[in-house]
Design a protein around this ligand. Structure first.
Ligand code: GRG
Length: 291
């Protein structure tokens, strides 16, 4: 299998569904809808969705049409977190996905509202999907556990509160596992839940996703140091006041740690389908990514 074609193929399907699920620009209030579509459709690897879809497929799921709304919901929540993360009160970033960040394009007021609207639209899409009620309930539990105070927002809170006089490895692990890895964990877990896989597989997906998310965020920290703006679609060297793996362990050792997390992730994710190599290929791809 050619992993780049695999990722491209899924990205196209995810993008098409997003286009369908987002309100049209002309619909009143038009500026809000323009801003919602602007960041979501600007690009993005769609990696969380692809992990969900891969976990679903490797756990025996076949009804992709039915579950695609969940991929849209995942991407809308992710885009919401990016828009809010870029705001001056957070990371204050001017660029995202190769274009001006939402608040630079539309102003802070509309960017905040677009983020909020994307967040609620994600749940609207799940609520209106054709999934069985029990599956809706299960995935909502997983999603809300991982994106709220016990997940992304908890991690983001410690990220913004970081004070350079307290460089603790334990705090670093808390920030990375919550700010980023919890959403990876939720995405993999949701794939297995939608495929109605057994508990052992659901647990393996949850653990494997978390470990993969750790590797991903460490790689993100390294890219901030070594990456190029044109390739990343956002400014580099923005993490100077952040608690990162390179800050505590240096760049070279951070690469070793990221590899270790990747191989631990793979050990778990392999349990969904031991013969299949897709997760191995995705993990390798993520380790050499340039954005
Ligand atoms: C929306 C739940 C929620 C929270 C709002 C602002 C905030 C609170 C959280 C920020 C969390 C955040 C943005 C973490 C960074 C994670 C990260 C590495 C983002 C980049 O993800 P990629 O590389 O981006 O997958 P693309 O553009 O490819 O989708």
């Amino acid at each position: 299998m050619n992993i780049e074609n695999y990722l491209k193929g899924w990205k196209k399907k995810v993008d098409d569904k997003l286009d369908e699920h987002l309100p049209p620009e002309e619909e009143y209030p038009s500026l809000l809808h323009k801003a919602m579509r602007y960041t979501v459709l600007a690009g993005g690897k769609r990696i969380r969705s692809i992990l969900m879809l891969t976990a679903y497929s490797l756990s025996g799921g076949r009804n992709f049409d039915r579950i695609m709304p969940v991929s849209s919901a995942i991407e809308l929540i992710h885009a919401y977190s990016l828009i809010h993360d870029d705001l001056p009160a957070m990371d204050d970033d001017n660029y995202r996905r190769g274009i001006l960040s939402s608040h630079k394009k539309f102003g802070e007021d509309i960017a905040i509202l677009a983020g909020d609207a994307l967040f609620s639209h994600a749940f609207y899409i799940i609520a209106h999907s054709n999934l069985k009620p029990i599956l809706k309930e299960k995935i909502l539990k997983t999603l809300t556990t991982n994106i709220g105070n016990k997940g992304i927002i908890g991690g983001q809170t410690e990220d913004v509160l970081f004070d350079s006089s307290y460089k603790s490895p334990k705090l670093l692990r808390y920030i990375h596992s919550h700010k980023t890895a919890s959403f990876f964990s939720a995405s993999c877990e949701i794939g297995t839940v939608l495929a109605e896989a057994d508990e052992a597989k659901v647990l393996a997906a949850r653990k494997g996703g978390l470990l993969m998310g750790m590797a991903f965020q460490i790689q993100d920290d390294i890219l901030d140091i070594e990456g190029k703006k044109e390739e990343m679609g956002k400014e580099a060297r923005k993490d100077n006041n952040k608690l990162t793996y390179p800050l505590i362990y240096g760049t070279d050792f951070s690469k070793v740690i990221a590899k270790k997390y990747s191989s631990l992730a793979l050990k778990q994710l392999k349990k969904l389908n031991p013969q299949d190599k897709t997760f191995e290929e995705i993990t390798n791809f993520l380790m050499v990514r340039k954005n």
